[in-house]
Design a protein around this ligand. Structure first.
Ligand code: CMP
Length: 140
């Protein structure tokens, strides 16, 4: 296993319910270090650019509007096998299908308002981290 970095986003449904601390505890208790973090409000344009890969999907417009609807916490998580590890901790995209004790199962409200986003591959992680952070903002 290699030490990796992954991009995580705590979504508006979670920040609005003050779940940031409880979600961060899940990461830290699982051995993922938060090496960069900021709370921002995405514009619609920023959300559309971030989710560009989903542009042709039926849920694209709703997804982008939701991500721009309130504050989000964007963060870089670092640790052994961080990309797969974070996906385990998050659980399946649809909270109804997520395993017990995962973030989406415990906190997610719907497939859209599913509390967290995490990168799905090394390539995606590199792109998504660079989308929000410069090297100087990531402190391992
Ligand atoms: P996320 O990991 O942020 O990546 C894309 C998001 O689209 C996904 O989580 C879901 O919140 C959202 N989404 C909304 N509807 C769907 C759907 N039908 N299938 C997959 N993702 C969806």
């Amino acid at each position: 296993m290699a030490v990796e970095r992954t991009l995580s986003i705590i979504k508006p449904d979670a920040t609005c319910r003050d779940l940031t601390g409880r979600i961060n505890a899940r990461f830290e208790e699982s051995g993922l270090h938060i090496v960069a973090q900021k709370r921002i409000r995405m514009t619609l344009g920023v959300a559309e650019k971030f989710y560009e890969v989903h542009r042709r999907r039926s849920f694209f417009d709703d997804l982008c509007a939701f991500m721009a609807s309130g504050p989000v916490v964007v963060q870089v998580l670092e640790g052994e096998d961080a990309i797969a590890r974070n996906r385990e901790i998050m659980g399946a995209t649809n909270p109804d299908n997520a395993e017990e004790k995962t973030i989406r199962r415990d906190f997610g409200e719907s497939i859209e308002a599913n509390s967290v986003h995490g990168s799905d591959s090394l390539e995606t992680a590199a792109r998504e981290i660079a989308f929000f952070f410069s090297d100087i903002e990531i402190v391992g």
